[in-house]
Design a protein around this ligand. Structure first.
Ligand SMILES: [Zn+2]
Length: 238
């Protein structure tokens, strides 16, 4: 039943997208500049590698940008208003971030393979949006990273269970952490896999979900895991 509802929602959304494209020529997802998916000025805003502090000390997470202004607008248009043309450009920006972050790791030479893991969505969020939005990002990143010479695969092994949705508005890290705790599940045993696991998310706010995902991957046997996101909210300390 759920699959049928999702398929119907997808079909409906695709029709709306066709009608919208005919009636309204597209503008930049970030600033509405005509005829661009994401204009060069907005692309530039995603060209950073900001470290994001997560709850817990030994986890690493990086964002292409801070979640504000045109960055925020572009991500909202993609995530909540069905601007799927952003998938490819966002994936390429995330792949660039991965290359920058890996170049900064002391253990860079020892990284033989990458496993891209889309951050999990709750069923209600997938139902609302009609898709698991980090999945196409992780999938396209594999292609870009192979182009950069990294052996890469995608493994959608994380599931979020028993939470009503992933709310960006929830500001309190502690309550968010409690809400998510115990709800991230890994669907396979990863022991013996010495790839670097990269959790791919769109927005990291408190870092609670990302911290849980990284911890869950490690608990399932992943030797090392980091998180990458399109945007992060600035750390409280800076
Ligand atoms: Zn723009």
């Amino acid at each position: 039943m759920r699959a049928v509802v999702l398929r119907f929602a997808n079909a409906l959304r695709a029709w709306f997208a066709v009608i919208r494209d005919v009636l309204l020529p597209r503008g930049c997802a970030g600033c509405d500049k005509p005829d661009e998916v994401l204009c060069p000025s907005c692309v530039k805003l995603f060209g950073h590698a900001y470290p994001k502090a997560l709850p817990g000390d030994d986890v690493r997470c990086y964002g292409c940008s801070w979640y504000q202004g045109s960055v925020r607008q572009a991500i909202l248009n993609w995530k909540d208003h069905g601007d799927e043309e952003c998938d490819r450009v966002f994936a390429s920006l995330l792949a660039d971030l991965a290359v920058k972050v890996l170049a900064g790791q002391a253990s860079y030479d020892r990284i033989h393979a990458l496993v891209l893991v889309p951050a999990p969505s709750s069923f209600s969020s997938m139902h609302h949006r009609g898709r698991w939005q980090t999945l196409p990002l992780a999938r396209s990143m594999v292609r870009y990273l192979r182009g950069y010479g990294f052996a890469s695969v995608m493994k959608p092994v994380l599931r979020l269970e028993g939470v009503r949705g992933k709310s960006v508005q929830t500001a309190d890290a502690q309550s968010r952490s409690r809400r998510i705790a115990g709800h991230v599940r890994v669907t396979e045993d990863l022991s013996g896999d010495d790839s670097l696991f990269i959790v791919v998310d769109d927005i990291v706010t408190t870092g609670a979900t990302m911290g849980q995902c990284i911890a869950a991957l490690r608990a399932a046997g992943a030797r090392d895991a980091i998180g990458l996101a399109l945007a992060c909210t600035p750390n409280r300390s800076g």
